[in-house]
Design a protein around this ligand. Structure first.
Ligand code: FES
Length: 121
């Protein structure tokens, strides 16, 4: 075991709160997958920084604890629909003890840039 689980409260698109626990070191995307959370279209590229469907919005206090944003994440975040100053990509945010009890809001809409690029399917 990698230590005590970290509790995360997700707020889904209907404003419902969903509480899940993940291991420190897991990403928020891992948590969504492992706990089988039903956020439609979330994590479409499976954490390879090729979509932006794992866009999550945080409070300022939480955002400051999330760690650095890479240029690659920044580029992809720029494409996220409804970007905020406290947005991150869930597949790039790893759980730490300091994040215990954090809240992560799933934005109402997602833009999967792969779908916009290929509208024929
Ligand atoms: Fe696609 Fe995070 S899952 S960028």
């Amino acid at each position: 075991r990698r230590g005590n689980p970290v509790t995360v409260h997700f707020v889904n698109r209907d404003g419902e709160k969903i509480t899940a626990k993940g291991s420190p070191g897991d990403s928020l995307l891992d948590l969504v997958i492992n706990e089988d959370l039903d956020f439609d279209g979330f994590g479409a590229c499976e954490g390879t920084l090729a979509c932006s469907t794992c866009h999550l919005v945080f409070s300022e206090e939480v955002y400051e604890k999330l760690g650095p944003v890479t240029d690659e994440e920044m580029d992809m975040l720029d494409l996220a629909y409804g970007l905020t100053d406290t947005s991150r990509l869930g597949c790039q945010v790893c759980l730490t003890r300091a994040l215990e009890g954090m809240e992560a809001r799933v934005p109402e809409s997602v833009a999967d840039i792969r779908q916009t690029q290929d509208s024929s399917s």
